[in-house]
Design a protein around this ligand. Sequence first.
Ligand SMILES: NC(=O)c1ccc[n+]([C@@H]2O[C@H](COP(=O)([O-])OP(=O)(O)OC[C@H]3O[C@@H](n4cnc5c(N)ncnc54)[C@H](O)[C@@H]3O)[C@@H](O)[C@H]2O)c1
Length: 344
Amino acid sequence: MPENRVLVTGVAGFIGAALAGRLLADGHAVTGVDNLSPYYGVALKRARLAALERHPAFSFLPLDLADRAAVARLFDTRCFDAIVHLAAQPGVRYSMENPAAYIDANLAGFGNVLEGARRCRPAHLMFASSSSVYGEATAPFSENQCADRPLSLYAATKRANELMAYSYAHLHRLPCTGLRFFTVYGPWMRPDMAIYRFAEGIVAGHPIPVFNRGQMRRDYTYIDDAVEAVVRLLRRPPQASGTAPPYRVLNIGNHQPVELTHVIALLERHLGRRATLELLPMQPGDVHATCADVTALREVTGFVPSTPIDQGIARFAEWFLARRAGRGPAVDEAATSQEGNPCA
Ligand SMILES: NC(=O)c1ccc[n+]([C@@H]2O[C@H](COP(=O)([O-])OP(=O)(O)OC[C@H]3O[C@@H](n4cnc5c(N)ncnc54)[C@H](O)[C@@H]3O)[C@@H](O)[C@H]2O)c1
């Protein structure tokens, strides 16, 4: 499927920038939109964009997807073969501090993208959901399990996105795939996420807050694996079958959950410093364990994420140290108050 025109929303974000880079390398033309939300360091977002903007087949439009008229203008003037909607207000804990940000970006923003897609009729609309839709379901999480007990507003907006997309797939035969990402990490990752914040604390010699005393297991997915899964899915839109609309949700996870304390030990090893832990109770909205059943992803794509956590953390640590040493783009401004929340 060479030289497709792909719209990537949230292109200045962690997953969006990595995906756009890969799509450009594969020969696609990428239009990226992002409102450069100040939720975390805008310098990091600009640095991700700067790398993409060197590519002639990339164009960037600053755009707030919650602005209905502006999104309508985008789809009036451009058409896309595929859309990958990654823009969102992420973070579990922050959804208690600033619920409006989630309503605007995740609900209104996605509604506007769906309307644009209805008119522009891409061959495939993919959108980011999250492992958090499973709440405290029994792991491993399979797409057939109930996901209607969200423990945070963030999770509720992601589940709502899935239902909104289903209705468009049903009513308008718009092929839609919901991507249930499981804690994606690696170089260029979000500074509000636990691995990044732990690294900052370890290197600075500050105590790092560890919730539920580290007794949490997460299915950590390396960024290149997440991108590989999305790229393979892009060219495999779901088909309508009888009365079933062209719609599916898929887990994108590593299916090998790891204890938080093990991740901290790996960070210590690869950063070359000992951590001081501040052991704290469980925080509201968080879940004890995540683990993806990736049977469906394997069936559709022939691929499942499998980068070992040791390798992934080593690559992250190398990038993190280079960045701090000034060999990468400018060190971020402070992230928001997402203290060590491992659940994205
Ligand atoms: N990183 C993970 O572990 C993870 C896990 C599960 C789900 N997700 C989902 O995957 C997607 C990408 O996550 P990420 O980690 O790259 O997050 P990110 O915050 O780095 O990227 C999201 C981007 O969307 C932009 N954005 C926010 N609101 C916008 C709006 N109204 N209009 C336009 N742009 C807007 C932000 O500026 C940001 O650059 C998100 O939908 C997130 O909820 C991520």
